[in-house]
Design a protein around this ligand. Structure first.
Ligand code: FAQ
Length: 321
C-alpha cells in the first residue's frame, strides 16, 4: 500500500467512525468523493426546488383575495427564496460554485421537485400548496435535521420552523374555504384533487426503485426511506382532511388495523417519470422564467463584483502605504 493509499484508508476510517457515532461531517473534514458528490446533488436539487417553488405561489401574490392574505403569501414566498439561499450557501461549502449550480439547473442537468411543474389555477391552490406541499416537505425535512452533513442539518432546523408556519397558513386557507359557500368548498376540493398525487410524488420513487437511497442511508445523508416518509405523510394528512370535511381523491385509501397505517392507491409512476424528465405541464415555463429572472438580475451581481474589487484594491493600497 502506498503512502497516499494508507492515508486515504486512515481518513476513511475516521469518516466512518464519525458517521457511526452520529457526529456531523463538517466542510473542513475529509470525506469520500462520492459522499461529497451525492450531497451536492441532493442539496442543490433541494435549493433549486425552493427557488423554482416560488413561481406557482408568486403567480397569486397580485391576486390574493385580501390585503391580509397578500401579506402572508408575500412573506411565505420570500421565505422560500431564503431557504434556497441557505441551501445554496450550504452546498457551496462542498467546493462547488453558485454559477455551476445555476448552470446545472438551467441546462436540465440538475432536477428540482416535480411538484412545482404543476400550475396553480385557483386561490384554493395556495391553500393546497401550503397544506400538502409544505406538509410533505416538512415530513421529509424533519428527518433531514439529523442528516450527517453539518451545514445541511443546521439549515434544516431553521427551514423546518418556517415550513411549519407555511403548512399551517395553507391549512387555514383550506379550512376557511371548506367552511364557506358551496362554490368555495368545491374550489378547495378541486385543489386537493389536483395536488394530492403530485404531493405524494415528492417523496420520490419506491425504495426498491430508488437509485440513491441505499448509499445515502448508509452515509446517513437520508435518515428515512422514501416509502416510510410517504406513509407518514398519508397517515397525518387523512386526519387533517377529515377535519376539513373534504374527500381524499383516492378510492383505495382505507385504514389497516393490522399495519396501524392507511393503505393507499398506487401512484402514476409514468406521470412521475415524465415530469422529472422535463415533460410536465409547466417545466418549460418554470425554467424559462428562471433564466429571465437570472439574466435580469445580472446588474446586481455586477455591482457586488465591482464593490468587492474596489474594496480589495483599497485594502491593497492601504497595506502598501
Ligand atoms: N421530483 O434515488 P432517488 C419544498 C429524482 S422543498 C424530482 O429516490 P434521492 C419547499 C432524484 O433526484 C421540496 N426529482 O433520489 C417548498 C433522482 O434523480 P438524480 C424538495 C425527483 O435523492 C414548499 C432520481 O429521481 N425537497 O417543497 C423526485 O435518494 C412550497 C431517483 O430518486 C427536497 O429536495 C421528485 N419528487 O431521494 C417550496 C428534500 N423524487 O438526482 C415552495 C431533499 C426523486 O439521480 C413552496 N431531497 N427524484 O438525477 C430528498 O430528500 C431526496 O433527494 C428525495 C429523492 C426524497 C427527493
Amino acid at each position: 500500500m502506498s503512502d497516499v493509499e494508507a492515508n486515504d484508508a486512515e481518513q476513511l476510517a475516521i469518516f466512518e467512525q464519525l458517521i457511526a457515532e452520529e457526529m456531523k461531517i463538517e466542510p473542513r473534514d475529509w470525506m469520500p468523493e462520492a459522499y461529497r458528490k451525492n450531497l451536492i446533488r441532493q442539496m442543490s436539487q433541494h435549493a433549486h426546488s425552493e427557488v423554482i417553488g416560488m413561481q406557482p405561489e408568486g403567480n397569486w401574490i397580485c391576486r390574493a383575495p385580501t390585503l391580509h392574505r397578500k401579506l402572508i403569501l408575500l412573506a411565505k414566498v420570500q421565505d422560500e427564496g431564503g431557504h434556497g439561499l441557505y441551501l445554496y450557501s450550504a452546498t457551496e461549502t462542498l467546493g462547488v460554485t453558485r454559477d455551476e449550480l445555476i448552470e446545472a439547473l438551467q441546462s436540465g442537468a440538475a432536477k428540482y421537485a416535480s411538484i412545482f411543474n404543476y400550475p396553480a389555477l385557483s386561490w384554493a391552490d395556495m391553500g393546497a400548496i401550503g397544506w400538502l406541499v409544505d406538509g410533505a416537505a416538512i415530513v421529509n425535512q424533519i428527518s433531514l435535521q439529523r442528516t450527517s452533513y453539518g451545514p445541511y442539518s443546521r439549515a434544516m432546523v431553521k427551514i423546518c420552523k418556517e415550513e411549519s408556519f407555511h403548512q399551517r397558513q395553507g391549512y387555514e386557507v383550506m379550512y376557511v374555504l371548506s367552511q364557506g359557500s358551496a362554490e368555495q368548498k368545491a374550489m378547495a376540493q378541486d385543489a386537493l384533487n389536483r395536488f394530492w398525487w403530485p404531493a405524494m410524488m415528492m417523496f420520490g420513487p419506491h425504495d426498491s426503485d430508488s437509485a440513491h437511497s441505499s448509499r445515502s442511508m448508509n452515509w446517513k445523508i437520508k435518515r428515512e426511506s422514501n416509502d416510510n416518509l410517504r406513509q407518514k405523510f398519508v397517515d397525518q394528512t387523512v386526519k387533517q382532511c377529515e377535519v376539513l370535511g373534504l374527500e381524499m381523491p383516492d378510492p383505495d385509501l382505507k385504514w389497516n388495523d393490522e399495519t396501524g397505517h392507511y393503505d393507499f392507491g398506487e401512484l402514476d409512476w409514468d406521470e412521475f417519470k415524465r415530469v422529472i424528465h422535463g415533460n410536465g405541464p409547466c417545466n418549460y415555463q418554470r425554467i424559462k422564467h428562471h433564466k429571465k429572472a437570472h439574466s435580469d438580475g445580472e446588474w446586481v451581481r455586477e455591482a457586488v463584483r465591482s464593490y468587492r474589487n474596489k474594496q480589495q484594491m483599497s485594502a491593497q493600497t492601504e497595506s502598501a502605504a
